[in-house]
Design a protein around this ligand. Structure first.
Ligand code: EPZ
Length: 453
């Protein structure tokens, strides 16, 4: 038996793990398109459980997370098919009330199905989603809210079982007060309350644009909802909901990431579409850092030359979003002066700091506070993305770094960004995907025009 020599071992490893290879220092120029919002599309897909009619969702991004949610709905008996940039969902054949562990464990958002499944079927058994790299991700707000709507909820052996007591009974409207404005809990309980008997008031609710987008779809399906996007949401339950044809909002986090690509390369780019109300805090911080922004009603033109340090504190919408903390930190690593970035949402969302340090960033970390002293030049290095947004942050850093950066962890990146390397290359970045085969376009699971089994 011949021992594997190091070079072949290294070759074997590089074959196993795809990576983005970036040669930094290029100015970008042109226009970048923003896809539909991942964190809206995922929860809008779950709403198909609430009706026997067909739902068409337009502007759905081709992401691995979308495939995952499609697999979840199909495991329950739903049908999901892709038609160009739309999904056609049919919940008429829902026959199961039990969500498979491996699907919930790989895609946290699939836990949100517990709300509509319970409202539709009177019962739902969904495994706890478990934690991930950025935090423990508890779901007690979801459980507390389901109980407030009259469900009997138990948690045994890692599975949440929710039942509407009494045969053929409906959930009943109630008052829900969130201890923390959880996005997922707000969305889960909206989908439970729309079919409940009577009125539900949700106080201290999440105000993210994706919550308002879910309300937009549910209202198009016949639900009666007021106040979505504010701290208090009032829902009057209805007997049934009908189908709808609905377009998903643009992805504000992708838009922010693409704007940051212009800022970190000191370029002028047009990013479109951008809904300024969805990115207020981020646009304010980009301007404070020295970027010139001009919105033309649809897209945003950004121009950056000299970037100054700014402080960031992540908080629930409309404050600065946690999902752009890591990407913005890459910019601050190249700014003039010292920035302070505080992560207040997730307990472990600073793993990109060590990777940025490998590229020469001068960052001191004290618990969830990062002190960043901007440097004139980052240097290219092999780095690892540790979660979806940290992977994007490393790509941005690579665009600015001197020399070659290879970014691994594309299994995270592909969850939230469709073809990021192609978009960046189209405006002049020197970036390519090597090893591990092509980017995972959606598998034939969501085949063109025909519904999957
Ligand atoms: C959504 O996650 C997004 N995911 C996340 O995007 C985003 O970072 C997050 O909202 C915050 O904006 C989707 O929409 C699919 P939360 P969600 O419940 O709903 C605590 C990305 O990169 N909490 O609002 O799971 C929790 O621990 C992803 O696209 C409780 O304490 O987030 C966290 O600290 C990452 N108890 C904070 O609230 C609960 O019962 C925010 O969590 C629920 C949450």
């Amino acid at each position: 038996m011949t021992a594997l020599s190091l070079p072949s071992l290294a070759t074997d490893l590089s074959k196993a793990q795809p990576e983005l290879q970036i040669t930094g220092g290029r100015r970008l120029e042109g226009e970048l398109r923003v896809d539909g919002a991942k964190n809206s599309a995922l929860v809008l897909m779950a709403a198909c459980l609430l009706t026997r009619d067909q739902i068409r969702l337009r502007n759905v991004p081709p992401l691995t997370d979308i495939v995952g949610m499609g697999e979840m709905l199909q495991s329950l008996g739903g049908q999901v098919s892709r038609e160009a940039n739309s999904l056609v969902l049919d919940g008429s054949g829902i026959h199961s009330t039990t969500a498979p562990y491996e699907l919930v464990n790989s895609l946290r958002a699939s836990f949100f199905c517990i709300g509509p499944l319970l409202a539709r079927m009177g019962m739902a058994k969904v495994p706890l989603p478990g934690g991930c790299k950025i935090g423990t991700r508890p779901v007690e707000e979801h459980v507390k809210g389901l109980k407030a709507l009259g469900a009997q909820v138990t948690i045994e052996h890692g599975v949440v079982t929710a039942v509407v007591p009494g045969r053929g009974q409906r959930l009943r409207g109630g008052r829900i007060y969130f201890d923390c404005p959880s996005v997922g809990a707000t969305e889960t309980l909206m989908m439970a309350a729309v079919l409940a008997e009577g009125e539900t008031v949700m106080a201290n609710a999440a105000q993210e644009p994706e919550v308002a987008d879910l309300a937009g779809l549910l209202i198009a399906m016949g639900a009666r909802i007021r106040g979505a996007g504010t701290q208090t949401i009032t829902i009057t339950g209805v007997e049934r909901l009908h189908g709808a044809d609905y377009a998903v909002i643009p992805d504000r986090i992708e838009a922010g990431t693409l704007l940051l690509a212009a800022a970190i390369t000191r370029s002028r780019l047009r990013v479109t579409p951008v809904i300024t109300d969805h990115l207020g805090a981020v646009l304010t911080k980009l301007e404070a850092a020295g970027c010139r922004l001009e919105h033309d009603g649809v897209g945003m033109t950004i121009e950056a030359s000299d970037i100054q340090a700014v402080d960031l504190r992540t908080q629930p919408f409309p404050a600065f979003p946690t999902d752009l903390q890591a990407p913005f930190m890459s910019l601050l690593a190249t700014a003039r002066g010292t920035s302070v970035v505080t992560e207040n949402i997730f307990e472990n969302r600073m793993q990109h700091v060590a990777e940025l340090q490998r590229m020469g960033a001068a960052i001191r970390l004290q618990s969830n506070i990062a002190f960043i002293e901007g440097v004139a030049q980052l240097s290219g290095a092999p780095v690892q993305g540790t979660d979806l947004r940290a992977s994007a942050a490393m790509v941005l850093a690579g665009l600015a770094a001197e020399g070659v950066t290879s970014v691994r962890g594309l299994e995270y990146l592909d969850r939230g960004y469709a073809g990021l390397e192609h978009k960046l290359a189209s405006v002049g970045a020197c970036i390519q995907r090597i090893g591990g085969g092509p980017a995972p376009a959606e598998r034939d699971l969501l085949t063109q025009g025909s519904s999957a089994a």
